[in-house]
Ligand binder design. Structure first.
Ligand code: CA
Length: 227
């Protein structure tokens, strides 16, 4: 399990690194937000422990930017005891869980293991309504019938399911298609392509009891069909 710890308090960071390694995590430490962003861009992590109060780039900004390219990487934020605002802002920015300082290490370990379990289950299979999807085989079914999906259609469906109930933008879709890199090519053309693929996917999802809703000016979201 690869873990990124972004924490500027050197004593706390050293202690956490040591304890996490003893628990079997492979740990990278970032002493500020800029290093955290660099490591996130360069390496693959399974989970992130992110202090909110970080020098250079604060933890919330690191999280916001991470969520533009990676919606599913589990992030646990560390906040000061008295800062309810940080907690709310952190959850709004896409944190999966939070812990207030000071905390006991076993508590952190238990939270991390719960996040990892959840993320593994989500990666293996995802379901909504009568729609199910398996990432390992890149396949999806409606009422048990296999869907015929092109690679782009599958990536689009994967993104929508990962974010179910949340809006995804055309930019995020283009990034998913280009393998996480910033979308290349002309913006209008790329956006038209998104609309074409959304249209096709909607037809293929008929009978799945799910709806791809257009959120004007923002993007799309996948949700259970309203009766
Ligand atoms: Ca701090």
């Amino acid at each position: 399990m690869n873990l990124l710890l972004a924490e500027d308090d050197a004593i706390l960071a050293d202690a956490l690194c040591e304890q996490m390694r003893a628990c079997g995590f492979s740990v990278e430490h970032a002493p500020n937000g800029a290093v955290a962003q660099y490591l996130l861009a360069k390496q693959t992590f399974d989970v992130v422990v992110l202090d909110i109060g970080l020098p250079m780039v604060d933890g919330l900004e690191v999280l916001r930017q991470l969520r533009q390219t990676d919606a599913s990487l589990p992030v646990l934020i560390l906040t000061a005891l008295d800062s309810l605002e940080d907690r709310v802002a952190g959850l709004n920015a896409g944190a999966d869980d939070y812990l207030t300082k000071p905390f006991d290490f076993p508590e952190l370990e238990a939270r991390l293991r719960a996040l990892l379990r959840r993320s593994r289950a989500l990666k293996a299979s995802t379901e909504l309504g009568q729609l199910s999807m398996q990432r390992e085989t890149r396949s999806a079914q409606v009422r048990g019938d296999m869907l015929e999906l092109s690679p782009r259609e599958f990536d689009l469906l994967d993104l929508l399911l990962t974010h179910q109930g949340r809006v995804i933008t055309k930019e995020q879709i283009n990034q998913a298609w280009s393998g996480g890199a910033s979308a290349a090519g002309d913006g209008a053309g790329a956006n038209n392509a998104v609309e074409v693929y959304i249209h096709r996917l909607r037809r293929k999802l008929e009978g799945a009891q799910v709806a791809i809703r257009t959120v004007r000016g923002l993007g799309y979201l996948l949700e259970l069909e309203r009766a």
